[in-house]
Design a protein around this ligand. Structure first.
Ligand SMILES: [Zn+2]
Length: 497
């Protein structure tokens, strides 16, 4: 008899301090076969692995994805969960669930780890007997309860994320082995009190490279089914935030716990090696370096306002600095969220001279009132980028304004200009200018490929890369690098049968 696997989930990396909540307008909800057709990040590998198996049918129910940002509005989230539960009831019973969740979801007013809450509500419908599989993001978090709900797991092992197909394919493989009765998974995890922004644990550099690329061999050597490390999402002041050592073993809880403890110790021992290894600079110094660079184009990250980490994207700090500098005359500042500015430009029309007040729409930092003259060189009511080029910003108004050689791209909603196609869709060549400012930390792989040089500006914003500048009150202390800590971390270990 055909075994049926429900595909359901929600992928949201939420930044609690982002002033813009996430709701229906900024979330894509896919239903049924749309999910299969869109092949979402962190899901497509599972879809492919399940499709390869005879006698297994994937039943796509409902799936939501959104660009990182503020927590979900409660009303939107509750309606989504209710629909997911109804679909599980109506189309069940199922033999397994592919739970497509990221691990760093937040919901306004929930006061609980979002992904744990979601998994529990799915379990309320399906019961506890059938297996669930999840491929977590590198920046997800888990809780003891989530580990009870998720029977088998994998996680991304590369940052920048290039391995989402592999991670989710492995999750599908583990789920199938579990459904076939080949394995009886047990799970153990240790929370390691390390608060690390993603940029501090990039797998292009040591010690993260060795730690993450060695996970498969480590699992084999330990005789366990899988070993993963979650970097977590350290900007969110939550008790469960921190790095996580995760082990999946077959039948043997003691083996899982021992392997998780060893992995946690290795993560802890590597702590002083984690840090910013890309070229970094304070704002003015970094712009001076970019202006003087012989390598071109220079991609410059406005890291504090990194929308791929959920920051607001509303800050014009770097744009204002570029306009003020006589040595910058050939630059594009991309991805600024400024709806009123866009409306003003659309009304003025292409070719029109405009007087804009930069910073009038700041929400993350105080408003500024820098008045500048510019010319609208392009504007439109939609931004069409091909599927697969990263974040889709279709249907969002935008405008490009030329401030005497410094071009700024304004958007009516929060965006991630993550690929060359995003520039081309607005009539901007992605390599012809000397400098491109983007609201990221590390570059997405498609931009990484075309950048001759990359400089990370240590700017202010929700995604400030120095966590010591942020106030924490809920996160478990002591934690590195906030506090003085000894050689042995105060870890929190938990396991699930
Ligand atoms: Zn991530």
């Amino acid at each position: 008899m055909t075994k049926r696997v429900a595909l359901v989930g929600v992928i949201h990396e939420a930044m609690l301090s982002c002033p813009f909540p996430t709701g229906a307008e900024t979330t894509t909800v896919l239903r049924g076969e749309e999910i299969i057709a869109q092949r979402p990040f962190l899901v497509r590998g599972m879809i492919d692995r399940l499709a390869e198996e005879d006698g297994v049918e994937t039943v796509p129910l409902i799936f939501a994805k959104t660009w990182p940002g503020g927590g979900f509005e409660r009303s939107f989230y509750d309606a989504f969960v209710a629909e997911a539960q109804q679909l599980l009831r109506d189309q069940g019973p199922f033999d397994a669930v592919a739970l497509a969740n990221h691990g760093a979801m937040e919901v306004e007013g929930l006061n609980e780890h979002g992904d744990t809450h979601f998994a529990r509500l799915m379990r309320e419908v399906t019961g506890d007997e059938i297996p669930y599989a999840t491929a977590f993001d590198h920046h997800g978090q888990v809780t003891p309860e989530l580990l009870e709900h998720v029977t088998v797991f994998t996680a991304l092992r590369e940052a920048p994320h290039r391995d989402d197909h592999d991670a989710s394919y492995r999750a599908g493989e583990l789920l199938l082995r579990c459904m076939a009765g080949e394995i009886t998974p047990v799970r153990a995890s240790v929370r390691v009190p390390l608060l690390m922004p993603g940029e501090w644990v990039m797998t292009d550099y040591e010690p993260a490279h060795g730690l993450f690329s060695g996970l498969a061999a480590r699992a084999r050597a330990e005789g366990v089914l899988n070993a993963e490390v979650l970097v977590g999402f350290a900007w969110n002041d939550n008790p469960w935030v921190g790095m996580q050592a995760m082990i999946l073993a077959d039948c043997n809880p003691a083996a899982a716990q021992a392997a998780a403890a060893r992995l946690a110790q290795d993560i802890w021992d590597a702590r002083v090696g984690f840090g910013l290894q890309m070229e970094t600079a304070e704002l003015d110094e970094g712009l001076a370096c970019a202006a003087a660079s012989v390598d071109s184009p220079v991609y410059v990250s406005d890291s504090g306002d990194n929308t791929s980490a959920g920051a607001g994207g509303d800050l014009t700090t770097v744009l204002q600095a570029c306009i003020a500098r006589p040595d910058i005359t050939d630059a594009v500042v991309a991805g600024i969220f400024a709806p009123a500015t866009v409306a003003q430009c659309l009304q003025a029309g292409q070719g029109a001279e405009v007087t804009l007040t930069l910073g009038a729409e700041h929400r993350t930092l105080p408003v500024t009132d820098t008045v500048v003259r510019g010319r609208v060189i392009a504007c439109a009511a939609t931004l069409d980028v091909p599927l697969g080029s990263g974040f889709s910003a279709g249907g969002i108004d935008w405008a490009v304004v030329d401030f005497g050689g410094v071009l700024a791209k304004f958007h009516a909603d929060r965006v991630g200009i993550s690929s060359p196609q995003h520039f081309e869709a607005m009539g901007i060549h992605p390599t012809d200018y000397a400098i491109y400012v983007v609201k990221f930390g590390y570059l997405m792989p498609q931009l990484e490929q075309i950048a001759a040089r990359h400089i990370v500006l240590l700017t202010e914003g929700c995604a400030n890369l120095d966590l010591r500048q942020q106030e924490f009150s809920r996160v478990a202390r002591p934690a590195f690098p906030l506090d003085p800590v000894g050689d042995t971390p105060e870890t929190v270990a938990f396991s699930a049968p």
